[in-house]
Structure formats: C-alpha cells, structure tokens
Design a protein around this ligand. Sequence first.
Ligand SMILES: [Fe+2]
Length: 232
Amino acid sequence: MPTVIEPRDPRTQAQGVEQGYAQTARRWPAQPLLRRPPTLSELTGPLEVAKRVKLLGGDIAGHGERQAIGQLMHLRLRIVDEDGAPVPGAVVEIWHCNAAGKYIHPNDTNDAPPDPNFYGAARVVAGDGGLVELRTIKPGAYPVRDGTSWWRPPHIHFSVWGRVWLSRLVTQMFFPGEPLNASDVILNAIRDPAARSRCIATLLPTTQGPANALVFDYQIVVRGRKASASMP
Ligand SMILES: [Fe+2]
C-alpha cells in the first residue's frame, strides 16, 4: 500500500512570483504545473546519494588559529518526515554568507569583505536521529542588488536530499529576534504565520552546549502538510 502524503498547503509555502523580489520571476514557472506520475525508475534511484557526492565536514567556523570572523554558533538540525519521525541518511547541503554578509560566489557583488577563513558551505549526512550538527559563525545581513533597497536578514540555506535524487527540498532558516525578518520578502511570501514561525530557529539557553558558542535548534520537515517552506 503506497504511503499517502497530505499535499502541502500553498499558504505554508513561499511559492510563486513575489512582487518586490525580482528574481522569483526567473525561479518559478510562468505556466501552471502539470501533474505527471513519477515512473518506477525515478522513484527507485539513483540510490545512495551520500556515496555519489563529496561530503564536506560539519565544522565551517575555521580551524586552529584560522578562525572565521563572527559570532561562533552551533546548529542542531533535525530532519524529520510528516509524522515527526527522523530521516537518517538524508544528505544535507548547507551554505550561508560570512559575518559581513558576503558569499564566496562570483555573482555576489555586495561591497562587504570576504573572509579568507570562511568557506561557507557543508555537505553532511543526517545521523540516526535525523540529526545534523554544524559548527559555524552566524551569517550577517546583506542588501539585495536588484535596483531596490531591501536587505535579507541573517539566514542559512539548506538543500535536503531524500532516498532518491528527485526527492529534494531547498529551504532557508532564519534567526529569532532579527528586525529584518519583518520586512524580508522571501520569509513573508509565506502567508501562514505558523508556517513562517516554523522557519525561525530556537536559541537555546546559553547554559546549554559549548560555552563559547550560541546554540540554535532547528527542524526541517521534508514533506506533508507541515513541510518546511520551499525557498530556492
Ligand atoms: Fe542567502
């Protein structure tokens, strides 16, 4: 008996062309989608994504004396399915800008300085409890260079692969208490307030975890009605 997965509620998703965010016109289809049942080959492979990609460690805050500049943070990420059950073995790609708001990417024209000790990307496999741990620095905010004057709040990008290549969620995590969250076009493209708040990490008490880092908890739901918002 195939699993019946409740479809996503569009109000919980940041899908569609969003006014004020010019790039969405290039990222979303101009025509309505046609539903086409996946074929057996798409549902069954290629398997073992983790063995087909190069894994990059879960510590991107620098090494030894070569520390990235910024607020050290520890992210405890859990990958779960629609029932809250962990998804061990999911391949999780993580990327974010440095503490000054600069990505290592030729298309990033932000004036902020690069950080030679910060690469800004990891690719890891979720453990038994669906848990991914990342040691990094808190990303900065950055201006969006599309002719307007809006800024992205600090955020972290994720791509999560399931059992097969087609099973992939690209999403973003936000930080609690950031003033720019209220005006972020991408976060606010999610109409449902509960779904929006699910995109914001939880800061744990500073008495927990490593003394030299802030610890954030976050959960990504890969499918179903409470699936994390798709934010490419
Ligand atoms: Fe970004």
